[in-house]
Design a protein around this ligand. Structure first.
Ligand SMILES: [Zn+2]
Length: 485
């Protein structure tokens, strides 16, 4: 039996601009990326989403390795005594920690935390590995899972108790070097988000209240989702000597004097995937940026019994040519589904370019291709296929970024009056930019009254001549406020 149509049971029934939350849940499950685990907050990443993660790993590894970082691996279980070594850090994370208390039938001598993040366990090793200024900088990264109990709300890829991430941990001889590292890696995150995931981001610092537990300061990249909520997509922290001192990450400097290292940590997680899916997806399914799409081009051969072999032969030739030029191509040769059914399925999966190849195309030595993002169809000769498809992939990548940039711009507004501020937050306007006195109290009251938090803080030369949006006192900074995931 040939199945004609997948709209009735497989298509997304919620509309992105009407019921965004439901649309997103259907998007990630119906496109075959995600499944819920038996324990709330856990997830299975199916092969298509894991391959997106592998692409992210490839891109990011090449960036960090070029600047001398190396991947390593550290233990999953952190003894409580170690996690407690830096007080602020421990207090910040302890509400989210999963504890292991038994090994088999025996109670462990102390509770063991399943890593919520690995600063403490890595500093345990750094204190042994670093002896002299010659050992610095020490530039480490690991790709692992972490667990943080999500009690309130879980959302596929955005907020799960277990997720995958990379965590970079570096030690430097001077504050200057460590701060350069923080800026360097934040720059990598911006590049990864914008040039690969096609999601434009705002960069800057976090407020004291929003910074990483134990950090001197935190820098961030924040994206804007179509429903007007901000998404923290990556953070890079300057930890000063806050961890180096209690963990004794120390070295002998060139004068043979003991000095403490300045450390940094930085991470992005599978949340990046969630942000990318939300920004680009549409009512037909995923729309994947070509640079991270597991399949960039799908060839759908259209044949009957009498011409199957000639059409398939041409399809294989085209696949081979595209593959050899580095374009990730697959052929959907299943003969139990109609071409229309397959078109719907590949649209759902967000494959950037679909090539249609039937009798007419074979006879005339051409291909018909369609862009997933715009639906535009065009033809070109078989000889021009590689060049044409490569260009089309670049155009899709560019168009997705430009669309997302327009979304960000349309959801970023500046206000100077608190009434207007509340109205805009209530209207889900996105980033609402306002001057702020930098006092915790104003930030907390704004959060209580509007559910908006400070997402990014920026220096502003005019701040001192401006008034805080909430208290009216002299402003110190400009802040991007938003409700957030
Ligand atoms: Zn204020």
């Amino acid at each position: 039996m040939i199945l004609e149509d997948n709209k009735s049971d497989k298509g997304i029934t919620a509309k992105k601009n009407e019921n965004f939350d439901e649309w997103y849940l259907q998007l990630v499950t119906k496109s075959d990326l995600f499944d819920y685990g038996p324990l709330k907050g856990t997830m299975a990443m199916k092969p298509d989403s894991y391959e997106i993660w592998e692409k992210i790993q490839d891109v990011f590894n090449s960036m960090i390795k070029e600047s001398g970082h190396r991947n390593a691996y550290f233990p999953l279980l952190i003894p409580e005594s170690l996690l407690k070594t830096e007080k602020e850090h421990f207090e910040g994370f302890t509400p989210e920690v999963f504890w292991v208390t038994h090994a088999g039938d025996n109670e462990t001598s102390e509770r063991l935390a399943i890593r919520p993040t690995s600063e403490t366990i890595i500093y345990h090793f750094m204190s042994k590995w670093i002896r002299s200024w010659r050992d610095l900088p020490l530039l480490l990264n690991q790709w692992v899972n972490v667990l943080r109990a999500e009690i309130k709300m879980t959302k596929p890829f955005h907020r799960t108790s277990e997720f995958l991430w990379q965590e970079g941990h570096t030690a430097h001889a001077t504050q200057e070097d460590a701060e350069k590292e923080v800026a360097l890696t934040l720059g990598y995150y911006k590049k990864l988000a914008e040039e690969y995931l096609a999601v434009p981001v705002i960069t800057g610092k976090k407020s004291e209240k929003e910074k990483f537990a134990g950090a001197v300061y935190t820098t961030t990249i924040e994206g804007m989702m179509p429903d007007g909520k901000a998404l923290q997509m990556g953070t890079s922290h300057y930890l000063g000597q806050n961890f180096a001192k209690p963990f004794d990450v120390a070295f002998l400097n060139e004068k043979e004097e003991k000095a403490y290292a300045h450390t940094t940590s930085w991470g992005v997680s599978t949340r990046l995937i969630g942000g990318m899916l939300m920004v680009h997806g549409d009512d037909k399914g995923l729309v994947l940026p070509p640079k991270v799409a597991p399949t960039q081009v799908v060839i759908v051969p259209i044949f009957k019994t009498d011409n199957e072999s000639i059409v398939m032969q041409r399809a294989n030739e085209i696949k081979k040519a595209l593959d050899s030029s580095g374009i990730r191509t697959r052929i959907d040769s299943r003969n139990t589904y109609s071409p229309g059914w397959k078109f719907n399925e590949w649209e759902m999966k967000g494959v950037p370019i679909r090539i249609e190849l039937g009798n007419k195309e074979v006879q005339e030595n051409k291909i018909t291709y369609a862009r997933r993002d715009s639906g535009e169809k065009a033809t070109c000769t078989t000889d021009d296929a590689i060049k044409t498809i490569a260009n089309a992939l670049e155009e899709v990548q560019k168009a997705l970024f430009e669309n997302a940039k327009r979304l960000l711009e349309s959801k970023t507004i500046k206000v100077s009056d608190y009434g207007e501020f509340k109205k805009k937050i209530e209207e889900k306007a996105g980033f609402v930019i306002a001057y702020w006195c930098e006092e915790d109290e104003c930030e907390e009251k704004i959060k209580d009254e509007t559910k908006a938090t400070t997402r990014v803080i920026k220096e502003d030369t005019n701040a001192s001549s401006q008034k805080c949006i909430y208290c009216g006192k002299e402003a110190k900074k400009i802040a991007y406020f938003a409700r957030a995931y």
